[in-house]
Design a binder for this molecule. Structure first.
Ligand SMILES: [Fe+2]
Ligand SMILES: [Fe+2]
Length: 367
């Protein structure tokens, strides 16, 4: 690597090496860790850290750091703070005799900083999103050439970081929209938001017990609260009727499952796709006596079979205008006695196996 740097084409070589890292790795933490390792090697530094700027708290925190855990520092203090604030490269040749240096971090980490090279990470709007810092060059001082190299690496780091931060924001927004969509159906139906939240948690628990992947567990947790979104399309006369529904009214009520499916289905969103399938399948029964299609056993999606249990269990243990809340044990007995008829027997067994965790959710999120 050093030979490549001393070659006149060193910048090109560095870019090629960086390209190799980025091509093979897509997870942000790994990309950043590889960048930090790469910078440490190419600069012959002892340590490198990548700080992220937390605008809300006006702090810099170490997303990646060799040899230390997360550190948080005020965004306008220390060498990294200077780089963030000035949006300019900072080279320090003797830390303890430099006015920019903040010895507090060494005191906390037990490290002894001698030389520092810090480069701001800027987004496409030229705002500081972080700082890339190298500490203690193994021999001699950080040079202008080192600064140029770190700048080159940092430009690529900024790009990866900005994309990841935007993606995170998008995920946040998506979660909020999903929550609001769930509450829209609750308004119509007199159900509480605690009901939909608990259904989400019970469903995630069952999905985990069933051995689903982490990402799929997260999806079912977000999607299952929308199981009754289709009630938006059912008239208030039926939804708010205090007495039992007649046959025609019940037929109309059943339509909420397919209305929900139509309303929620979106090919581009995993969460909405799962929510649509749950809306369609959550009233199907394992023995084929449910609706809308009378599907049986594994013709019913696993999502639908899970929410069939969690929705009924939570409805039983909740107070509704027309009924009192059932005791925990009585509701569990109901689930048990419908094992293999209404509910998937394997999922019932998993639900009972995790009964302590079920009870924790029940106690923590009581109406
Ligand atoms: Fe429903
Ligand atoms: Fe429900």
């Amino acid at each position: 690597m050093r030979e490549q740097i001393e070659n006149p084409d060193y910048k090109l070589n560095v870019l090629i090496e960086l390209g190799k890292i980025l091509v093979h790795e897509h997870r942000l933490d790994n990309v950043l860790m590889n960048m930090a390792d790469f910078a440490r090697e190419i600069l012959s530094a002892d340590r490198c850290s990548i700080f992220i700027h937390d605008a809300k708290r006006n702090e810099l925190w170490t997303k990646i750091a060799h040899g230390v855990d997360e550190i948080r520092i005020p965004a306008d203090k220390g060498i990294a703070g200077y780089a963030a604030l000035s949006k300019d490269i900072q080279i320090v040749v003797d830390a303890y005799n430099d006015f920019r240096f903040n010895p507090e971090i060494d005191r906390v980490t037990g490290y002894f900083t001698k030389t520092v090279l810090a480069v701001p990470l800027l987004n496409s709007q030229d705002e500081t999103i972080g700082v890339f810092q190298a500490l203690n060059k193994k021999s001699g001082l950080f040079t202008n050439m080192d600064a140029e190299l770190l700048l080159l690496i940092s430009n690529n780091t900024s790009y990866a970081l900005e994309n990841a931060l935007l993606y995170e924001k998008l995920r946040d927004t998506q979660t909020k929209i999903v929550d609001k969509l769930s509450s829209a159906a609750e308004f119509k139906d007199n159900e509480t938001s605690a009901h939909t939240k608990r259904v989400g948690l019970y469903s995630a628990l069952l999905a985990e017990g069933y051995g689903m992947r982490k990402r799929d567990i997260e999806i079912i947790k977000l999607a299952s609260p929308m199981h009754d979104a289709g009630k938006i399309g059912i008239s208030d006369d039926i939804l708010k009727k205090p007495s039992k529904l007649d046959i025609q009214e019940f037929e109309d009520m059943k339509k909420h499952s397919l209305i929900g499916y139509e309303l929620l289905y979106d090919d581009d969103s995993e969460i909405l796709k799962a929510a649509a399938i749950i809306a369609k399948d959550h009233h199907e029964k394992y023995n084929g006596s449910g609706y809308p299609y009378g599907l049986e056993s594994d013709e019913i999606s696993i999502h639908g079979r899970i929410v069939a249990i969690t929705d009924v269990f939570d409805a039983l243990t909740s107070k509704r205008p027309y009924k009192e809340a059932w005791e925990f044990d009585k509701a569990i007995d109901f689930i048990k006695s419908n094992r293999g008829t209404h509910f998937d027997p394997i999922l019932v067994d998993l639900f009972l196996r995790d009964i302590i965790k079920v009870k924790n959710i029940y106690n923590e999120l009581k109406d």
